[in-house]
Design a protein around this ligand. Structure first.
Ligand code: SF4
Length: 181
């Protein structure tokens, strides 16, 4: 017997040789199972991510084994580690080079809030420069927590309307970050 788990088909109408559903649901299903992460790892949380990619936790089970280091190919920015204020513009540039639709996870206390580094040189959370979709707590978060954050992203990706990126609400959010719409 096969251990391969098949994702559930979206709700729809079916009959022999016929199945109809919403475009959003099909696109969401494809996107959430083929995410290409871009690991932006600057310190210790990056090591936890390496464990998450390795065989014991195996991010490939979620269709996300294809890491990319070119922002133009990736749709999930995973920020892991302490981000200094000098690094902020670099992180922002990487985000801006990613094509829509794109999502962001702040992995660990440093990326989410500066963590223990409440100092003049460390950014107190990457949401000062880019919008964040999911925050993963922990210093460092265990691979299970990173996987949990990844699955939250999958839920968001799977349920997102294909029109969301054209919405006024989304454009307003980009404007708040002074990003081109
Ligand atoms: S949250 Fe903790 S483990 Fe992660 S980068 Fe910061 S200090 Fe290191």
């Amino acid at each position: 017997m096969s251990n391969i788990k098949i994702d559930k088909a979206p709700a729809g109408f079916e009959a022999p040789g016929f199945f109809a559903t919403q475009l959003d649901a099909v696109v969401g299903l494809a996107r959430k199972n083929s995410i290409w992460p871009l690991p932006f790892a600057t310190s210790c949380c990056g090591i936890e991510f390496m464990a998450t990619m390795a065989s014991n936790y195996d991010l490939a089970r979620f269709g996300a084994e294809r890491l990319g280091f070119s922002p133009r190919q990736c749709d999930l920015l995973m920020v892991m580690g302490t981000i200094s204020k000098k690094m902020g513009p670099v992180l922002r540039q990487v985000y801006e080079q990613m094509a829509e639709p794109r999502w962001v996870i702040a992995v660990g206390a440093c990326a989410s809030s500066g963590g223990i580094f409440d100092t003049y040189s460390v950014m107190q959370g990457i949401d000062e420069v880019i919008p964040v979709d999911v925050y993963v707590p922990g210093c460092p978060p265990r691979p299970e927590a990173i996987l949990d954050g990844f699955m939250k992203i999958q839920e968001l990706v799977g349920s997102e309307s294909v029109r969301r990126r054209d919405s006024e609400e989304y454009k307003e959010m980009l404007k708040r970050y002074n990003m081109a719409v």
